[in-house]
Design a protein around this ligand. Structure first.
Ligand code: IMP
Ligand code: MG
Length: 434
């Protein structure tokens, strides 16, 4: 119950529509795209709240594989509107390419909108991203090289250009001038100074194509909620890649956690009804940085092949390891999870034993949590469970899973403290067991 005192009556919630947040709680690539594709039909709007085209959400339809980078993963559900929220950073040409690809397969792209407060990623941001990575050498973050970090730097550095700026040519030109000016020393150091007139001309050309999709994002989402429409807020990347709460500095530059849905869509926390964490039955990470449950090369290779763990955006092989319950418990705290959706359980079929990391130990033997990630000598404590050999692909009810698979799922819920609501058991669009 809300607290009150003699002067102030308790708060009554007045809300019509609700927001349900679905986000990844590992290092991204948990299979959020498929989950959102499955749930989208229940929502008036699916809205991305952060990140850019560093994300790659793939959905398999028959033998076609659709890779979405910035357009929300409800794209294949015709009844749902798709919104790219203010918290995102978006490449103009990247978005145009994606719109064209969707239109080409018959998707109605008029239902795609982008917030006027979303930030533009320019080609020079990608150049700066790649230059920064080269400069870090062996300490490189392993970014996707798409300019995501430098675009967010421009936002907080007050040197960015928004989609709303596209509406007024004079404002657009001035914002671009100031944005380039702010980075003049960086461009000079990189030996490549983008031509202001070229950037303005290219941006104006793209603006013509994209302006019909640009909306007042705050009004768009909140008017929908006021009408009683429900919104599915789609996370990108994962909790351990959050700029503040992730394995810093090996993170992306946006807020990937539940709180990011509020800042990234311009809604109050009271509008949020639930938070669902999507989690893979094992763990992967792409790029540099600590990964306590990572397996040695040969064992990782087996998981990588079984789970086809290669990046959608960059094609990079993903690092693979066991389920990390320490990280999942932490993700539960920072997101306030109501439930888990476990993905890719089928990938574990055929392993003699399946591990769960239940704790970390420092080099001196003392127990540690996520705060110690990256410390030299940190060791995982692994609990092994008997594997199962049966294929799970045709199973549609959790009660029909092999006994050891069910025991493993029960243990995941138990060690993370969050109930498991749904399990994916194959790559096809409908391969879920409830
Ligand atoms: P950036 O987001 O391109 O700056 O990359 C920063 C870190 O986040 C790198 O380790 C990337 O591999 C990782 N990353 C970014 N987007 C994704 C994603 O969608 N899935 C998995 N990892 C990602
Ligand atoms: Mg991905």
């Amino acid at each position: 119950m809300a607290s009150s005192n003699a002067l102030l009556p308790p708060v009554e919630h007045r809300r019509a529509g609700s927001v349900d947040i679905v986000l990844g709680i590992q290092w991204g690539d948990e299979g959020k795209g498929r989950v959102i594709d499955l749930l989208a039909g229940d929502y008036a709007i699916v809205a991305r709240f952060g990140g850019g085209d560093n994300a790659g959400h793939s959905i398999q339809v028959g033998d076609q594989k659709l890779a979405l980078r910035i357009v929300p993963s409800g794209a294949l559900v015709p009844s749902t509107k798709l919104h790219i929220g203010a918290g995102t950073v978006v490449s103009l040409n990247g978005l145009i390419t994606e719109l064209d690809a969707l239109a080409a397969i018959g998707v109605d792209i008029s239902r795609i909108t982008i917030s006027d407060r979303a930030q533009i990623v320019f080609p020079f941001h990608a150049a700066l991203d790649q230059a920064a990575e080269r400069a870090r050498g062996g300490a490189a973050i392993g970014t996707t090289g798409r300019g995501i970090g430098p675009a967010y730097v421009d936002r907080v550095g007050r040197a960015g250009v928004t989609f709303g700026d596209l509406r007024t040519p004079a404002i657009l030109a001035e914002r671009i001038r100031l944005s380039l000016l702010a980075k003049a020393p960086l461009f000079a150091a990189a030996g490549e100074v983008p031509g202001e007139d070229d950037v303005v001309a290219q941006t104006r050309a793209a603006a013509e194509r994209l302006l019909p999709h640009v909306v007042d994002g705050v009004a768009y989402i909140n008017e929908a909620l006021e009408r009683g429409d429900d919104v599915l807020a789609e996370g990108a990347q994962g909790t351990l890649l959050d700029v503040t709460y992730g394995s810093y500095p090996y993170v992306t530059s946006s807020s990937t956690i539940a709180g990011g849905a509020c800042t990234g869509l311009g809604i109050g926390p009271g509008a949020v009804r639930s938070v669902t964490g999507v989690v893979k039955a094992y763990c992967t990470r792409v790029g540099g940085g600590p990964f306590p449950s990572e397996l040695p090369d040969d064992e990782a290779a087996r998981l990588r092949e079984a789970g086809r763990e290669f990046g959608v955006v960059t094609g990079r092989p993903r690092r693979c390891g066991w389920f990390d319950a320490v990280a999942a418990r932490y993700a539960n705290r920072v997101n306030g999870l109501d439930r888990l959706i476990v993905t890719k359980l089928d990938v574990l079929s055929g392993f003699e034993r399946v591990g769960i990391v239940t704790g970390y130990r420092r080099a001196d033997g003392s127990p540690a949590g996520v705060e110690a990630m990256g410390e030299p000598g940190l060791k995982p404590e692994i609990e092994y469970h008997p594997g199962w050999s049966e294929s799970l692909r045709e199973v549609r009810h959790v009660k029909n899973l092999p006994r050891d698979a069910r025991a493993y799922l029960d243990r995941l819920a138990n060690v993370t403290g969050v109930p498991v609501a749904l399990v994916s058991v194959g790559p096809e669009r409908t391969a879920f067991a409830a």
